[in-house]
Design a protein around this ligand. Structure first.
Ligand code: AMP
Ligand code: TRP
Length: 336
């Protein structure tokens, strides 16, 4: 039996933080041998909010280098850039024409981001989940490993695929494959360091709210030293009145590779003065190997270019085939 197919991606907007790593990339790396994997850098998504043209290309390369640095292995996985494979934009258009507007207006992430953009909301921001559906459907992906915040977008992808299949496919020969989200419980929602009720996010204006994978140890120490805590002595999980405490213990549990029970016992009598240095050391130690590998890869642009060129070619094989399948189903004439 052939392996199940995985597709996922991250936007090249700012550096990756612990939420991206624990919610998404670490899970890609851990499961990659079991699957046939496609990981893209979704640069077309990055321009749905105002962006800087002077840094887009470099940011895109940096994310691809971070994929490799985090342990994505090219013998199991293909890494490519979304905008290099034009089928993504083209399928997004076709899907746009069968997606009801009110499905998009309901998306939580759109509503949240639209508030932040004020008057300046682009059509692209509303359409973002349709492009994401195209990303997934072009690869006949079985599973999409993401953080909890993306679940609604994957449900929308399924709804769009079902609509295409109902209208344009035969029962025994569907046009598109229905994907499922793959969301791991632990790390699926890493919270902000400055507010334990908000998720850690690239778009938070305060850098103190997130730990980035490329932060030097001094920055990590400073962020953890100043992060929001409380005055209660003894640390505990799952107390709704102590969201920061839960989040920090959770980070420690995952990165120290301990069990929740172990950490609950270890920290039950601890104060913040004792816990914070321990967390700092654990975070720094866990990401040091990623930083070292990143430096090596980022210094060899030729290598990264060759990886992305090969990735584009491999991605196109699948994407162009499935795009043709959709165009045929919709009744388009063939180019001569
Ligand atoms: P983005 O930063 O929006 O490009 O997200 C890239 C990936 O990281 C997606 O799979 C998200 O679900 C995941 N992700 C982003 N922020 C967090 C967070 N705070 N906790 C867990 N996963 C996250
Ligand atoms: N919307 C995703 C995010 O913000 C990024 C993304 C775009 C994606 N296309 C995708 C994730 C396809 C998984 C599969 O995290």
């Amino acid at each position: 039996m052939s392996k199940q197919r995985i597709l996922s991606g991250v936007q090249p907007t700012g550096n990756l933080h612990l939420g991206n790593y624990l919610g998404a990339i670490r899970n890609w790396v851990e499961a990659q041998q079991q699957y046939d994997n496609y990981f893209c850098v979704v640069d077309l998504h990055a321009i749905t909010v105002p962006h800087n043209p002077a840094t887009l290309a470099a940011d895109t390369y940096a994310i691809a280098a971070l994929y490799l640095a985090c342990g994505i292995d090219l013998s199991y996985s293909t890494i490519f850039v979304q905008s290099h494979v034009s089928a993504h934009s083209e399928l997004a258009w076709l899907l746009n024409c069968i997606t009801p507007l009110n499905w998009l207006e309901r998306m939580i992430q759109f509503k949240e981001k639209a508030i932040k953009q004020g008057e300046n909301v682009s059509v692209g921001l509303l359409d973002y989940p349709v492009l994401m559906a195209a990303d997934i459907l072009l690869y006949d992906a079985d599973l999409v490993p993401v953080g909890e915040d993306q679940k609604q977008h994957i449900e929308l992808t399924r709804d769009i695929a079902i609509r295409i299949n109902d209208r344009f496919g035969r029962k025994d020969d569907p046009v598109l494959k229905l994907p499922k989200p793959l969301i791991r419980k632990e790390g699926a929602r890493v919270m902000s360091l400055t507010d334990g009720t908000k998720k850690m996010s690239k778009s938070d204006p305060s850098e103190m709210s997130r730990i980035e994978l490329l932060d030097p140890p001094e920055a990590i120490a400073k962020k953890i030293k100043r992060c929001k805590t409380d005055t209660v002595k003894g640390l505990e999980f799952d107390n709704p009145e102590r969201p920061e405490c839960h989040n920090l213990l959770n980070l420690y549990t995952i990165l120290a590779q301990k069990s929740k029970e172990e950490v609950a016992t270890e920290c039950q009598e601890m104060g913040w003065g004792q816990f914070k240095p321990l967390l700092t050391e654990t975070v720094t130690g866990a990401i040091a190997p990623i930083q070292a590998k990143y430096k090596e890869i980022a210094s060899d642009k030729g290598y990264l270019e060759s990886v992305l060129k090969e990735g584009k070619e491999k991605a196109e094989e699948s994407a162009n085939r499935i795009l043709s399948r959709v165009k045929d189903a919709l009744g388009f004439s063939h180019a001569l």
